[in-house]
Write a protein that binds this ligand. Structure first.
Ligand code: GLN
Length: 385
């Protein structure tokens, strides 16, 4: 066989997606890949029905339907506190996954370096490597997942051109404080670097924590490429509606990458999702309330079982400490958890650059009944390990 590209050497199937696959195979309760098992808001679904009959069924403008971008600009202006031009500051992408890749390809070249906090969502390293760039990792140290300012500065001294900032963070649920973000801002300014954010959990933050958009910090808009999506906010992860928000010069680059990569996000889904973008504050308050309740239900359950974990400040993941089981491989632990206990999680090692083997990530974006069933199963965990 003719030689294939070496670009993917060292890549494996995404662990998160693999766990979903194995979970489905064994009929386990899937708390691995983060997506809800409850319905999106009915208003969005009603509009989807109308879109099915009336269209559009052909391509939208490559960087997003005009009315979608206008509604998104208005919504994000409201939350980010920034003035956004729907024509100049936004590209609509196929999920935040494409947004991140588009952002990375728009600013990075072969040989560049990208700083990534570890633990991290596994796509960031893959995106970096696919761009021909090289990741530099900065540890977030448990139990507070604080970072060392010097270690961050060292990454830029070593030539990092950009920092990937997932806030609220997947997988640890850290919500960066304004002070932490201002420290990051100082450093990126000093080294004249970019920040690529992943803010898909922007609306899933637990009191008293508050989300601060990096782009909204003084002087930071010009060097921030904000990536996010509608997936988690409106419970529509399968719709693949994401976006990049950035200054015009960066967006012009992103428009080209996106156009050649995917042409555009699904037109009828953009139409239906506009309804969500126009929701008032009540919707977001209710979303917070719902996830706060889920967090309480799930964490109380873990407490009763006696499992240790890091309490998430945002997003809907919880890193459970499995060191008490004395297992050498969290991958084996995760497979056994699916096959014998009937609950799927993600081996923590897939998120860490460091050699860390003692965590399993579970998520609680599920109906209360599903979470209760999973907790019932987890009650018997010690019989199996
Ligand atoms: N962000 C989700 C998670 O971490 C999954 C996203 C995906 O698989 N595209 O589980």
């Amino acid at each position: 066989m003719l030689e294939l590209s070496h670009r993917l050497d060292g890549f494996q199937e995404s662990t998160i997606r693999k766990m979903t696959r194995i979970s489905n195979q064994y009929g386990a309760i899937n708390l691995s890949q983060g997506f809800p098992d409850f319905a999106p808001p009915p208003e969005i679904l009603e509009e989807l029905q109308r879109a099915a009959i009336e269209g559009p069924h052909q391509y939208a403008i490559t960087w997003g339907a005009q009315d979608f971008r206008e509604a998104l600009a208005e919504k994000q202006e409201r939350f980010m506190g920034l003035k956004l031009d729907p024509n100049e500051n936004i590209v609509v992408t196929c999920g935040s996954t494409e947004a991140m890749m588009t952002a990375m390809m728009s600013i990075c070249e072969r040989g560049d370096k990208v700083a990534i906090f570890s633990p991290f969502y596994e796509n960031y390293a893959a995106d970096t490597i696919l761009c021909g760039a090289q990741p530099i990792y900065i540890p977030l140290k448990p139990p507070t997942f604080d970072f060392d300012r010097e270690a961050l500065e060292d990454a830029f001294k070593a030539g990092a051109k950009a920092l990937v900032l997932c806030n609220p963070s997947n997988p640890i649920g850290k919500v960066f404080t304004r002070e932490e973000l201002l420290d990051i801002a100082k450093i990126v300014e000093k080294y004249d670097a970019y920040v690529i954010t992943d803010e898909v959990y922007e609306h899933i933050v637990y009191a008293p924590h508050k989300h601060t958009y990096f782009a909204s910090l003084p002087e930071m808009f010009e060097r921030t490429i904000s990536c996010s999506s509608l997936s988690k906010t409106y419970s529509i992860t399968g719709w693949r509606l994401g976006y990049v928000i950035a200054p015009k010069e960066i967006i012009n680059q992103c428009k080209k990458v996106h156009d050649f990569l995917t042409v555009g996000a699904a037109a009828p889904l953009q139409r239906a999702a506009i309804v969500g973008l126009k929701f008032g504050d009540d919707y977001y308050n209710e979303l917070t309330r719902m996830y706060t309740e889920k967090r309480e239900l799930f964490l109380n359950g873990l407490d009763q079982i006696g499992l240790r974990y890091f309490k998430p400040e945002g997003a809907y993941y919880v890193m459970v400490d499995i060191s008490e089981f004395g297992i050498a491989s969290d991958n084996e632990f995760a497979e056994k958890l699916i096959k014998e206990v009937g609950v799927a999680g993600v081996p923590g090692s897939s998120f860490f650059k460091e050699d860390v083997n003692q965590y399993i990530r579970l998520h609680y974006a599920k109906k209360p009944q599903t979470l209760e069933k999973a907790l019932e199963k987890l009650q018997h965990i010690r019989k199996h390990f």
